[in-house]
Design a protein around this ligand. Structure first.
Ligand code: MIC
Ligand code: SF4
Length: 643
């Protein structure tokens, strides 16, 4: 029996466990990436581990999220990251150089290598044949220190692409179709592997759009083979030496099989407020649009923006529409500048933003009240744009550009000609915005600079014998980490300051939560299924930890958030019987006795709801290592104990 591509890469990197689906495995990590909003915490954690120099083949820190500098905080954090990188052997991509995933794909990604990043869209690297996985900052810190990364050996889903896309139907429509089929929880515990004749028609940046937004499926990662298109891309990036041909064996066995005929796909849009609320653009055509944003790590490549420039050339953005464009990297922006396409964008009335995440994470460009905004991004969760009553639709660059001109949702097949952007033979290469780390001889001389916004990682202690806690919050299904720990221009600058950012925890759902949880001292959160989907931000675990949350009891968890809870020493519990969700209400007094023994025994944990006088059975499926982490009071304590 042959192997799938993901299995081959895992096999080559396996350190602990066996490739048995559903069991825990530890893999060696070749590369790491961080971005600034999660990076400060990750580097504080790395420093706390007391390791001098990273032990990976390549670790890169990007500054791309917190680039709106309305106070000293972000600039201080950037300076901290820059100096910590210099000292400890990490490459530093300066603000202005671009979005981490776009730049990593262009300049550092290598087929067949493993990459973990403190950002959920790290699977973008799957477009170039990497096994690229999003993780919490602490897991990335451990990997930088040479530790392996633990995942549950996923099931492998084969998405077979047949045929070729029609003109003005794009890679974004492929992943929206996969989301329509599988939903935002359909990928949990799975790797999505793309095969079929259709993949030959897709360039690396198009493939990366698909693997990027695979994060919205809840998948562990997504991956394409490394083939002649990969070589063409790497050659054009002057990195042909990074190429290896990689594909699944002909007799590989997959757990699921989905077939998509590309020629039958039409332009699609994800409707508010979920990436899987997919409808055809034709159905939505004519809807008035107030804002269009083009960019983000999903759709800001050279080809995407050339297509947009071609559609806009010589025309003017409709008078009711504000069009913002953020090219994904300095490379892309500079190429558009040199070939004149930037001028076409400016001339049409586009507001050009710096190469960064920008509006995707609510850093500026919030829409007007009740505004309809079409975005080429990957997430449209409630409130993420910064305007709570805005309606965000996720669309392709073609739909976005054509609709910006007409002022209403428009099917590009009727309005744009079949302009095709060829992969440039040579991208414009200039890595002058990437700073090399100091040499081993020089590293001791580097001083790490810390601003007053940078506070320590919250201290945790070993798990107690029993817990007496109150239910401090009860929430529904599909709670995202944007609900738990909102982002945006006002809150993101507090990412290095857990006490301050905790004041915003869950305020999207309940403004009283932070003060209530603090007053209770010790509490438990209750939730529905797919709890913690979305971003990898470990702040969604660290803020509850700081506020005294001891356990989270839900119907089911999203992968990265569950790992972050364990890393923070918070017990992740699932209802043994989902109907028990109705047996706990806000304010109920809950007790767990002999908790250490119950965790160690691994047969689930019994909670007594003292208010209702009912016993609730929960599942707490932890591996031996995870049990030890929880009992030690989190991964940092565990790592220090095992140093
Ligand atoms: C996101 O797209 O939600 C983010 C912002 O990039 C996050 C990381 C973060 O919260 O800093 C992610 O995707 O992990
Ligand atoms: Fe940045 Fe948005 Fe991509 Fe997250 S999804 S990395 S915020 S561009």
């Amino acid at each position: 029996m042959g192997f799938t591509l993901a299995e081959k890469i895992i096999k080559n990197h396996l350190v602990t466990g066996e490739m048995v689906k559903g069991t825990d495995i530890g893999i060696r990590i070749d590369q790491t990436l961080t971005q600034d909003a999660t990076g400060t915490m990750a580097y504080l954690e790395f420093e706390a581990m007391g390791i001098d120099r990273v032990r990976t083949e390549r670790s890169v820190a990007y500054i791309d999220h917190n680039t709106l500098q309305t106070g000293f905080e972000n600039a201080d954090d950037h300076r901290f990251i820059q100096t910590v990188c210099k000292k400890h052997g990490i490459w530093f991509s300066r603000p202005g150089n671009g979005i981490c995933h776009q730049v990593h794909l262009e300049r550092f990604g290598i087929p067949g290598k493993t990459l973990i990043g403190s950002d959920s869209h790290t699977p973008t690297g799957g477009g170039i044949g990497m096994l690229a996985i999003g993780a919490g900052g602490l897991d990335v810190a451990v990997a930088m220190g040479g530790g392996e990364y633990y995942i549950t050996m996923p099931k492998i889903v084969n998405v077979e692409l047949q045929g070729e896309l029609q003109e003005n139907v794009s890679a974004k429509d492929i992943i929206l179709e996969v989301l329509r089929i599988m939903s935002v929880k359909g990928g949990v515990g799975k790797i999505i592997e793309y095969t079929g004749e259709g993949i030959k028609t897709l360039s690396v940046p198009q493939r990366a759009t698909i693997t990027n937004m695979g994060a919205e499926l809840g998948a562990t990662t997504s991956i394409f083979p490394s083939d002649e298109n990969t070589l063409e891309f790497l050659k054009a990036q002057d990195r042909a030496d990074a190429y290896t041909e990689l594909k699944a064996d002909d007799d590989a066995v997959y757990d699921e099989h989905i077939v998509i005929d590309l020629s039958k796909l039409a332009p699609l849009a994800a409707c508010p407020h979920s990436p899987d609320a997919v409808k055809s653009v034709e159905e939505l055509a004519g809807m008035k649009v107030d804002q269009v944003c083009i960019g983000s790590c999903t759709n800001s490549s050279y080809a995407d923006l050339m297509k947009v420039a071609h559609i806009l050339k010589g025309k003017t953005v409709a008078d009711g529409v504000s069009l913002a464009i953020a090219p994904g990297s300095k490379q892309v922006l500079n190429m558009l500048a040199q070939n004149g396409a930037l001028s076409d964008l400016i001339d049409a009335g586009a507001r050009i933003l710096e190469s960064a995440c920008g509006p995707c994470i609510g850093m500026g460009q919030s829409p007007n009240s009740k505004g309809v905004s079409l975005r080429t991004f990957n997430r449209n969760f409630l409130g993420r744009s910064g305007t709570k009553d805005a309606e965000i639709y996720l669309v392709s660059p073609e739909v976005a550009a054509v609709s910006a001109l007409t002022g209403v949702m428009t099917d590009p097949r009727k309005y744009a000609d079949g302009y095709k952007v060829d992969m440039p033979e040579h991208f414009l290469i200039n890595d002058n915005m990437v700073i090399e780390p100091a040499s081993v001889e020089e590293m001791d001389k580097v001083e790490v600079l810390r601003g007053p916004n940078i506070k320590e990682f919250p201290k945790t202690s070993a798990m107690a014998e029993s817990i007496s806690a109150t239910c401090s919050l009860k929430v529904e299904d599909n709670i995202t980490t944007d609900h738990i720990m909102p982002a945006g221009a006002k809150i993101l600058p507090l990412r290095s300051n857990i006490p301050a950012i905790s004041e915003h925890c869950f305020t999207v759902c309940d403004t009283e939560f932070p003060s209530r949880a603090k007053a209770l001292g010790s509490s438990i959160i209750v939730g529905g299924s797919n709890y913690g989907q979305g971003s990898s931000r470990e702040h969604a675990a660290l803020a509850p930890l700081y506020l005294g949350v001891k356990a989270v009891l839900v119907k089911s968890f999203a992968r990265i958030h569950r790992a972050n809870l364990i890393n923070a020493g918070i017990i992740p519990l699932e209802f043994a019987d989902e109907n028990d969700y109705n047996n706990i209400d806000l304010g109920d007094n809950l007790a767990i006795d002999n908790i250490r023994d119950q965790i160690a025994a691994g047969n689930g944990i019994t909670i007594l709801n003292k208010t209702k006088n009912v016993e609730i059975n929960t599942k707490c499926a932890l591996t031996e290592r995870q049990k030890d982490i929880i009992l030690a009071g989190g991964l940092l304590n565990y790592t220090m104990m095992n140093k």
